[in-house]
Each structure stands twice: as C-alpha cells, then as structure tokens.
Ligand binder design. Structure first.
Ligand SMILES: Cc1cc2nc3c(=O)[nH]c(=O)nc-3n(C[C@H](O)[C@H](O)[C@H](O)COP(=O)(O)O)c2cc1C
Length: 413
C-alpha cells in the first residue's frame, strides 16, 4: 500500500494483516486492514495508529517516509480508542518521538497508562471538544462509547467533512490494488465486501448493537462527506454505511433478513442423513439458506450467517446427556453476541436417553435468547421415513414463520 490522499491535507496510511485470528479468536479469511490517517495542518496529527506486532509499526514508518513525514514531526496521536490493534505501536513510536501528545478520552487515559506505562503527555477530550491543527483543520470530538470499547470517540474534521470513526463503520477484508473506496469495487466485489462487513459487525460489534445504533444516529447528524474507519474501505456515500450499520444493529433483536441458517454436527452420520434431507427441502423453498457444520466451521463464520438470519435450524445428536459439544459452544457464543428473537427448529439423533433438549433450554434461558421453537424431532439412531416426513413439515413451517415474522414485524410494524 502507498499513502493515499483522501481530502485536502488528509492521507490514509494502511497496512494489511492476514493469517492471524482477529482478537486472537476470529478467523479473517480475507484479511483486514489497519488504517491510520495523517492530518496535515500547521501541525501534524495521526489518527488511529496500528498494532505493535509483526513489523506493522515499521510498515507504517515506511509509509510516513514515502510522505516525507518524520515521526518526530508528528505532534498529536489521536486514539479514537485504545484497543491494541490501533494503539500497540505507541511504545515503539515513543522511542522515536518522546514528545508527541496522545489525544483521547478520559477512559483512554486509564487504558494508556495500564497498557504502556504512565504517560502524562496526554490531552483529554470528549463530546464537543475541539483541536485546531491550523490551515482550517479544526477537529471536533464526539463520544461514541462502546463501539466497541468504552473509551471510544469519533474525530470529525470540519474542514473536509471527514469522520474518523475507528471501529464504527469498519469491516474486515484487506485493501487490494490501492482501491480504498467502497465505490471503487465492482458490483460483485461489493457483495463480497458486504459479507466481510457483516462478519466484522457480528464478530466484533454485535454485543454492542445498541451502542452502534446510537452512534450511527449521532454520526448521521453530522455533515459527513467521508467515513474513514480504522478497518476496511472508506465510504464516499456516508448514508450508505449509516443505513447498513443501522440494519446490522437491528439484526440483534430480529427479525433480520429472509434467511435461514442451518447449523449441524454429527459424529457417525445419523443426524447427517436428516440434515441432507432438510437441505433438499430448503432448496425447494424461495429463501436464502446458509449451512454450517460444527466444529468444522468456526464460530465467527456461523455467527456471520446467523446474524442476518431470521430462522435458525439446529441439528445435532445427544452426547453424554447433553448436546453434541460444539453445538453447545456455538450456541453460547450466539447468545453472548445477542442473537435474539429467532424462529427456530431442532432435530437430531440419540442412542438411549436423549438429553440435548435439556441443555438447549438451559442455554437459551440463561442467555435470554427468546428463540421461538417449532416442536423438535428426535429419532433413535438412523432417521425413519416418518422422522424425515416430520422434519420436512418442520422445515416448511419454519420457512413460513420466518416469512410471516418479517412481513408482520419488519414491513408493517
Ligand atoms: C461419546 C458419545 C456419547 C453419547 N451419549 C449419549 C447420551 O448421553 N444419550 C443418548 O441418548 N445417546 C448418546 N450417544 C449416542 C448417540 O447420540 C447416537 O449414537 C446418535 O445416533 C449419534 O448420532 P450421529 O451419528 O449423528 O452423531 C452418545 C454417543 C457417543 C459417541
């Protein structure tokens, strides 16, 4: 990547990261970009730094060099939040330039001291505060807490209408061929990119949907021309990303889209037979379907599909009086990420006593998931014709319920 001018006096410096688990947890098959931004007034500021590992700070210094900016000449580092994927390079940067001032929220100061040692070169900002860099670049700060850390602020350059939004309005997916704007992607690429944005939202921000919704409403009221997030591409049509983020936030409480996610696991193929049957029934229906096998498909991938699905099918056998363990693990994660109010259907095989239902009920209740289930279908060993027929009826009923829910709650409600 090379430095890219995005507005008068504003440059994006991006470093792609691949082959890591984001937050040490989420797979990112299409990588992720860590975006920093330089604002050049009479004084120079850098917004949203980078992580401290894998040579990433060095890549950032190389980009600065290409711009003929020495790290020593940077006066302010604006940390919209202190998560180490943006702040990890502070230690390295301090060694080169001991004098720069960190600009962030009160909570960011606490985290700065805790992560990298006590640092008094700090300017505390919050809602309504401004920082004048000269040449017209007056920065306004807005509080958007918990999108996604509690210390999060947004930085708005009043001269150019650029909103530096940090994790808000971000996405997974690395930057390819220096194309840094969403509208530079082909239609097909935009569809793939939206999936990456949903993956990012559901994996990283889902638990903070309420706060993301509030932040989106707040940012929509600013005269924003460019949305420049800490990850992913820049939006030259801010209303598009505001609309998208508002929809993703709403998916938490449902209804989401006219989609069904079928999550299944099977040890010896008995439940698998019923799954294959259910998939055939779904294929006859006019509805988008995502099918994921656990534990082969990661939590993050399942969550991405479940996030936008109004209907969920769970298919798994009983294992030691409980659910097949990877199903239990995935469900816990869906609950913690607040995948609420879904229409659902479950079926699966057992050998002697069953028991999957008990654990399923316990998880749903404990995590307040409020999923509305059709009568489950459990079968001893291999599914019989009559079991398959019950599954066919259950799947069709779920499709109907999903469509009805969207019609009544989304379009009319
Ligand atoms: C390790 C293990 C534990 C099991 N525990 C139970 C159990 O507690 N209750 C039960 O009814 N069946 C139990 N079973 C039997 C399975 O549920 C049964 O074989 C089922 O048909 C497996 O379906 P699958 O081929 O889709 O994995 C267990 C099987 C295994 C391998």
């Amino acid at each position: 990547m090379k430095p890219m001018k995005i507005a008068e006096g504003i440059y994006q410096l991006s470093v792609n990261v691949e082959d890591i688990l984001f937050e040490g947890l989420w797979e990112i098959p299409k990588g992720v970009s860590l975006n920093s931004y330089i604002i050049k007034g009479e004084k120079t500021a850098i917004v949203d730094g980078v992580c401290g590992w894998d040579g990433v700070p060095e890549s950032l210094y190389a980009l600065l060099e290409q711009m003929n900016i020495t790290p020593e000449s940077i006066e302010y580092l604006i940390v919209n939040h202190m998560e180490p994927d943006h702040s990890g390079w502070i230690e390295s940067f301090r060694k080169i330039n001991p004098d720069f001032k960190v600009v962030g929220s009160k909570k960011a100061k606490m985290l700065l001291d805790a992560f990298y040692g006590k640092d008094d070169n700090f300017i505390c900002v919050g809602e309504g505060d401004t920082l004048d860099l000269g040449k017209g670049h007056i920065l306004n700060f807005i509080d958007i807490p918990n999108v996604h850390w509690p210390d999060t602020i947004g930085t708005f350059d009043t001269l150019t209408g650029t909103l530096f939004s940090c994790d808000a309005f971000g996405s997974f997916g690395k930057i390819i061929d220096d194309r840094i704007y969403v509208d530079e992607l082909s239609k097909e690429e935009q569809i793939t990119y939206e999936q990456e944005t949903i993956r990012y939202f559901s994996n990283v921000l889902a638990a903070f949907s309420l706060q993301a919704k509030k932040a989106t409403a707040k940012c929509s009221e600013l005269p924003v021309k460019l949305v420049a997030p800490g990850h992913g591409l820049i939006w030259r049509n801010p209303e598009e990303v505001f609309k998208a983020y508002s929809e993703y936030a709403d998916c938490s409480k449902g209804p989401a889209r006219e989609e069904i996610t079928l999550i299944w696991g099977s040890m010896y193929g008995m439940t698998r037979k019923a799954v294959e049957h259910a998939v055939k029934v779904l294929e006859e229906e006019d509805i988008v379907v995502h099918v994921h096998e656990v534990p082969k498909d990661s939590w993050g991938t399942v969550l991405t599909s479940a996030w936008t699905s109004t209907g969920i099918i769970l298919a798994m056998p009983t294992y030691e009086f409980k659910m097949f363990p990877p199903m239990g693990a995935v469900l816990e994660e869906l609950g913690k990420k607040k995948v609420y109010n879904r229409k659902a259907f479950r079926f699966g095989s057992y050998g002697w006593s069953g028991g999957a239902q008990k654990e399923l009920d316990e998880i749903l209740t404990r995590l307040n998931m409020n999923w509305d289930f059709i009568e489950p279908v459990e079968f001893l060993g291999s599914p019989l014709e009559e079991d398959l027929e019950k599954i066919r009826i259950g799947v069709k009923e779920l499709v109907k319920q999903v469509k009805d829910k969207i019609l009544t709650e989304k379009h009319i409600g």
